[in-house]
Design a protein around this ligand. Structure first.
Ligand code: ZN
Length: 527
């Protein structure tokens, strides 16, 4: 906690002296004072919306909230309003905390980084934990630039693996160095080193074959101030499944892996003899099928109870696997044309040499399997939430036809589909995820908190679809059907991003990428 306060103060000190580094139209501030006026507020802790209210932000901090409802006005003296160096009139709009996506991807070159960052910001994401897809050193440098206010991006927490660092293509370090990382007694010193180098979120998927090491690393990283995250691979669920991972101390479990495995009657999944973990179509097909092998009484009984008791948190990433239950829909989504970069389409299109591009012979049987997976998995998420487990928020997007940013809205909808109340959904995406990330200054619209805010032109509690950059259909006061919505402004560390400008740049970038592009998906539907 102490350390967080100091870090917050440092950011404030860094940002205030040079508030106008960027062109006003794309990003303004942080300001000495910024007032958001007449907005409805969704606080983020699960409580309902209230307002209207004025919010004052000084530097990168929320310093005052003035309520303007009739009762508050009746109690106060002359009608005071908050004002500042910049004023945003937000009548009819809703303000909620910036969203924290705890697992996403920036992908590799030639996907433009700016395109990835802008899509996230424009859909209300102010913080991401992401795969260091272009190398860890590169990711740390980007995080440093973001922190210094020199990058138009969400706050960046690149994932660090539990292994000696090396660049792509570099040979592995000497065996003695590799073995040091496998020695549980070395975990505390190495964890402190990782954190000192700027790491915070450590991915422990490579060491699930060794429970003793896994447990030692999870505890050491937490003690050093960081958190751990796990994609429980089917290759080692026989050793460490979700319940075991939670009880060994991992902070968060990504995706759907390991839960059904925790409920199996036998100790291993019923893999067919010809199964090859490295054949991705097989891998994803059977990652769905394992849910059919899990006895439901055990899954929703002992498994949920032990997960809750362990204190582990879930980051489901439902948006990214939707292609598995309807691949044609996923490939043909109407927004790909204007908002999905050509380089992403190339990476998504079925191809055995691209990770996550395994739908070359995806059958109706596979889709039926995955529909069952979703029903079963979503009930597990709801049960975990209802019994006191902490559900966080993540998308894993920019993989498998899930376009970054757009999937952030879709994920909210899928959490609602799972059975969470819209207020619980927003709490997961904001307050819960801030707690999981150990950033107690984030995730609430409350005085004293860091000013990471999202201003939606509409009520997301009425429909999350209003948060898409292209809005949604609704009826106006006169009864006319109109398109409305979008996250109009995203505020991060007190800096205001104009999302219309961000999205104009996104559209231009996608347009340019497709100038000489013959879309392979369109050919699939040609006569
Ligand atoms: Zn991922």
């Amino acid at each position: 906690m102490q350390e967080q306060v100091v870090r917050g103060a440092l950011v404030l000190g860094l940002l205030i002296p040079a508030p106008h580094v960027f062109a006003q139209e794309l990003r303004g501030g942080p300001y000495r004072s910024l007032a958001i006026r007449s907005a409805m507020i969704i606080p983020g802790h699960g409580g309902p919306a209230y307002g209207p209210a004025d919010i004052l932000i000084e530097g990168n901090r929320i310093t005052r909230i003035l309520q303007l409802d009739p009762v508050a006005l009746g109690r106060g003296g002359p009608s005071e309003r908050l004002t500042g160096e910049r004023v945003i009139e937000a009548g009819g709009m809703y303000v909620m905390p910036g969203m924290i996506d705890l697992h996403t991807h920036i992908r590799e070159d030639p996907v433009p980084l700016e395109y990835v960052y802008f899509m996230k910001l424009a859909h209300g994401v102010t913080t991401i934990a992401h795969g260091a897809d272009r190398g860890y050193a590169h990711a740390l440098e980007q995080a440093r630039l973001e922190k210094a206010g020199q990058l138009h991006a969400p706050r960046l927490y690149p994932l660090r693996g539990w292994a000696p660092e090396r660049k792509r293509g570099e040979p592995p370090p000497p065996l003695s160095e590799q073995l040091r990382w496998r020695d549980p007694s070395e975990a505390p010193a190495l964890a402190r080193q990782v954190i000192a180098e700027g790491g915070h979120v450590v991915s422990v998927g490579e060491i699930t074959w060794n429970p003793e090491l896994f447990g030692a690393v999870c505890k050491a990283v937490y003690a050093a101030g960081g958190i751990t995250t796990i994609h429980l691979p089917p290759s080692t669920n026989a050793v460490v499944d979700a319940v075991r991972a939670g009880e060994l101390g991992v902070t968060m479990i990504e995706h759907h892996y390991g839960y059904a495995e925790s409920a199996l009657q036998r100790t291993v999944q019923d893999f067919p003899g010809a199964y090859n973990f490295n054949a991705e179509d097989d891998r994803f097909r059977h990652a769905g099928k394992v849910w059919q092998q899990a006895p439901l009484d055990r899954l929703y009984g002992e498994v949920v109870d032990r997960l809750v008791k362990s204190g582990v948190t879930m980051i489901p990433t439902m948006a990214v696997y939707e292609a598995n239950r309807d691949i044609v829909r996923a490939m043909g989504l109407p927004w790909h044309e204007k908002y999905t970069h050509k380089a992403l389409i190339d990476l998504f299109y079925p191809n055995p040499s691209h990770h996550g591009a395994y739908h070359w012979d995806w059958t109706s049987d596979d889709e039926a399997t995955w529909s069952y997976t979703y029903r079963t998995w979503q009930k597990l998420i709801a049960e975990f939430n209802n019994r006191g487990g902490t559900v966080g928020y993540a998308t894993d997007d920019n993989y498998i036809w899930a376009t970054g940013g757009i999937s952030n809205v879709r994920e909210l909808m899928l959490m609602q589909e799972a059975g969470l109340h819209p207020l619980e959904v927003i709490r997961s995406a904001t307050h819960n995820s801030a707690k999981i990330l150990r950033r107690p200054d984030l995730g609430l619209v409350q005085t004293g908190y860091t000013a990471d805010l999202v201003i939606v032109d509409g009520n997301p509690l009425h429909s999350f679809r209003l948060m898409y950059a292209f809005g949604a259909l609704t009826r106006d006061a006169s009864g006319k059907i109109v398109r409305k919505g979008r996250v109009r402004w995203t505020i991060k560390d007190g800096a205001v991003f104009d999302n219309d400008t961000l999205m104009a740049k996104v559209v231009r970038s996608v347009e340019e990428s497709k100038r000489a592009f013959s879309d392979p998906v369109k050919k699939l539907f040609a006569p």
